[in-house]
Design a protein around this ligand. Structure first.
Ligand code: HEC
Ligand code: HEC
Length: 481
């Protein structure tokens, strides 16, 4: 069954991942039920395995490089803690964005987002909030898995990632076998019992995924130890520049949403909102889906993946013409329509919507000159670039000229040169502030009216969101538990 799903979907990337999303939608799990809590209360009726050991095992599996085909790639290959749980090779971030898989010459179509803080995101299938017509729920940029456990099952099987496939069909048995003879087999038996590997493949595979998800839910992955957190705890002051950035980020003098209006509002917190998590800390995302209008990344290596013979289950039949529809790639097929549903005119208004990532750790990098990339396709290569994009998406080199994406041909008659290439999905239906308004009701992305130094203030603030502040600054004050 998994195989037929994969074959049916070979016109799209990430086939492996879809296999699991199909399985799990039926078994959607309630909000915030992931992680250690569910481990101790759900898996075993009477005495569950020790949650600390489960997390320890999950961490070991996250770093185990024997679980790919060919061997050598682990979850941490793409989600490295030193890079804020994203991709740790500067040159690839700089020149590509989306990253290589275990099989040489294969690439995914999106860049690895951070794993940190995803345990606090709304779970389930993306659903429409009727109050503001925004979608929320689910993991991956397009929400195609409902929770971290189901997510962890996907990369192992994805032909363009860890590639545990047999005759181009997803093959969880290979992962289970590899774990059972790998460096963590003894720990696995210690946690789940000496006969655990005699259980059916699906059950052991579930335990593998649950263990990884449990670790992803621990404070080690979600530490809340940035300078900003220390600032909120009253243990350190923000610099004037960082504070100005926070005020611009929230549009509030106090830096808390809802405070007296600041002179300018970059509106960041309307999507990267500060609302506290269950753990009582600001998350910097609602996990909701938006089209902020990022352009295509012409250096996306997925465009070159056009060979169906070399990679039947993961190739890209459209080549450079591949369009990433985000939520439209998941919800339309779920409803029996083709990805993106362009021909139908995007009736649900979801093409180009991507899940809002947290901006915690966007500056976390192993060394100062290390290059990180941003957005689902990694097209933006610096934080300054990201902020400048929000500030000028609808502008051109002629002061005051605005590109209006509600017009049939927005570029017709422009006198200046647009600052940015056209959005990948320039749809007035989904683009935030398509007309490029500078004032008035709603959001003003694309024409925020920030000066260069205000852009820098925002960058300074984003840089205060990297975990491990006290460790980095050499201050011995320990972070709170
Ligand atoms: C080859 C690189 C690669 C490997 C290996 C990899 N990932 Fe990922 N990961 C990605 C990419 C790319 C995405 C985004 C894909 C998408 O949204 O379609 C992602 C998304 C995620 C997300 C979702 C984050 C969010 O905000 O929704 C989590 C969690 C995650 N990966 C965990 C893992 C785990 C656990 C493993 C190992 C079992 C793993 N990854 C292996 C590249 C990788
Ligand atoms: C309308 C909602 C919205 C607003 C407002 C918004 N963002 Fe975003 N942000 C998003 C979404 C959605 C993404 C992911 C887009 C994608 O990948 O296509 C994103 C991505 C980012 C990223 C890249 C993160 C990463 O890990 O790749 C940064 C940095 C960022 N935003 C910063 C900001 C800042 C700074 C502001 C204010 C100037 C802001 N955002 C305003 C929704 C928003």
């Amino acid at each position: 069954m998994a195989g037929s799903l994969i074959r049916k979907r070979k016109s799209r990337r990430h086939s492996g991942n879809r296999v699991t999303s199909g399985v799990t939608l039926a078994a959607a799990v309630p909000l915030f039920a992931v992680g250690i809590l569910s481990m101790s209360t759900k898996t075993k009726a009477q005495v569950g395995p020790d949650p600390r050991l489960v997390a320890q095992l999950g961490k070991a599996l996250f770093f185990e490089a024997d679980l790919s085909n060919p061997k050598g790639m682990s979850c941490a290959t793409c989600h490295n803690p030193d890079a804020g749980f994203s991709f740790p090779i500067s040159l690839i971030n700089q020149t590509q964005g989306p990253v290589p898989g275990a099989v040489p010459g294969r690439f995914g179509n999106r860049k690895p987002p951070t794993v940190s803080y995803t345990r606090f995101l709304p779970q389930g299938t993306p659903t429409l909030d009727p109050n503001n017509r925004e979608y929320q729920g689910g993991l991956f940029y397009d929400g195609r898995v409902p929770n971290l456990t189901e997510q962890a099952k996907a990369p192992f099987l994805n032909p363009n990632e860890m590639n545990n496939t047999l005759h181009n069909v997803a093959n969880p048995a290979a992962v289970v076998t590899a774990v059972s003879v790998g460096p963590n087999a003894a720990l696995f038996k210690q946690v789940y019992g000496p006969t655990v590997f005699q259980q059916p493949t699906a059950q052991v595979y579930q335990l593998i995924a649950q263990s990884i998800a449990a670790w992803e839910g621990t404070p080690e992955v979600n530490p809340f130890t940035s300078k900003y957190d220390a600032f909120l705890e009253g243990r350190v002051a923000l610099t004037a520049q960082e504070m100005n950035g926070l005020r611009l980020f929230t549009g509030s003098v106090t830096g808390r949403p809802g405070g007296p209006a600041f002179t300018k509002n970059a509106e960041c917190s309307s999507c990267h909102n500060l609302a506290p998590t269950t753990a009582g800390h600001d998350l910097f995302t609602t996990g909701r889906y938006f089209n902020i209008g990022l352009p295509k990344n012409s250096h996306n290596p997925f465009y070159t993946m056009t060979d169906p013979i070399a990679n039947p289950a993961g190739y890209n039949p459209l080549g450079y013409h591949f369009i990433d529809f985000g939520l439209g790639d998941f919800l339309y097929p779920l409803n029996g329509l083709p990805s993106g549903a362009v021909a139908q005119g995007d009736p649900l208004a979801i093409d180009g919507l991507f899940k809002t990532p947290t901006v915690r750790n966007v500056d976390k990098r192993p060394y100062p000159l290390f290059i990180k990339d941003y957005g689902h396709n990694g097209v933006i290569k610096s934080l300054k670039g990201a902020v400048h994009f929000y500030n000028t998406r609808n502008l051109t080199t002629i002061a005051g000229e605005v590109i209006d994406f509600t017009k049939p041909n927005p570029y017709l008659g422009l006198k200046g040169k647009p600052f940015w290439p056209t959005p990948e999905i320039p749809s007035a239906k989904t683009l935030i502030n398509p007309a490029g308004h500078r004032t008035g009701p709603g959001r003003h992305i694309g024409n925020l009216g920030l000066t260069d130094s205000e852009e820098n203030d925002l960058v300074a603030f984003l840089r205060a969101l990297s975990d491990g502040y006290f460790e980095r600054s050499g201050n011995t004050v320990p972070p709170p538990p």
